[in-house]
Design a binder for this molecule. Sequence first.
Ligand SMILES: Cc1ncc(COP(=O)(O)O)c(C=O)c1O
Length: 395
Amino acid sequence: MTSLSARSRRAGEPEPNPLELLTLTELRRRTSMKWRTYPPDVLPLWVAEMDVPVPGAVARALADAVAVGDTGYPAGTAYAEALNGFARERWAWDGVVAERTAIVPDVMLGIVEVLKLLTGPGDAVIVNSPVYPPFYAFIEHMDRRVVEAPLDPAGRIDPGTLDAAAERATRGGRRAAFLLCNPHNPTGVAHTRDELAAVARLSEARGVRVVADEIHAPLVLPGAEFVPYLSVPGGERGISLMSASKAWNLAGLKAALAVAGPGAAADLARMPEEVSHGPSHLGVIAHAAALRDGGAWLDALLTGLDANRSLLAELLDAHLPGIRHIAPEATYLAWLDCRELGLGDDPAGHFLRHGRVALNDGRDFGTGGAGHVRLNLATSPEVLREAVRRMASTV
Ligand SMILES: Cc1ncc(COP(=O)(O)O)c(C=O)c1O
């Protein structure tokens, strides 16, 4: 592994794999959640932070802003314009129109604000369990009810299950929303155009509004494609939350964008002005720089993640064959079914206590999560090897 100090790239040289640039000693100097929640003898492969340096384009944009004291409040449409350029280039999609966007503090708070526009207290929000745990916490905190529509055994949306959940959610003529996770955390499924079109048809038929969390959109790995929910037939009434925070590791630089389809523009226009005071100006600068100038860095990351995805499959086959695992199509998260290992409902607790590896506890992801763990692949191959070695030594 190259140490931070040894890393200096000449113009024109290819972007190196960002997952191989930092040593464990350097990473342990970090003060973020991933590195400070557990003692130093624990390898942290849990919360969705990546073991990468700040992308060059982002570091330069932040340094330029600091150099001129540009540390005030955010203004303008730079974020929307940068996302528009990225969406056109990467997804051949021209649906990010600045007038139909709103900057929000981050994706989760954006979801809360959008759900406030589309539902009232006591109304239901459908989620596809197992799913990103804060979906439950944020929905319940805002006095909405969670209705689960569990994914099928392959981790994909089951239209029949979703329809039954929509029927329950709207019973008595109540308003309801479906919080779609596209691509899906934790199964790493990138929903296809057909699957999303089926969601749109069903949501129209049941009168359920779709809010799409598309934070992992740039992180689609070779072999799959990202389809923006708003781009499918019937998706025009949806609202998507997008952000550069996952793909360029910018969660500490708060900002995100709500993007409305043409049929939801009037809804998004009701977003209170004060919501736009939440994102940080430096966050907006960082996210816009990543989307505009961080393409080569992202490609190098995706190559590294693809290699880690294969490495993990090989390591599990060789050392932990009792774990069932469908390789992710997108995200840097792997969802591991540990039920055959006989470790009970909480294998994450077992691997932490006996192997000193921190993973996410599957039970936090709702129905279908017990007996599973979520592993964060966005680290060096060395750390990944050591993590699996430690896990295997405990069974
Ligand atoms: C599906 C999903 N949504 C939202 C978030 C959090 O995003 P933010 O920090 O912008 O609220 C994450 C973080 O991992 C996530 O995986």
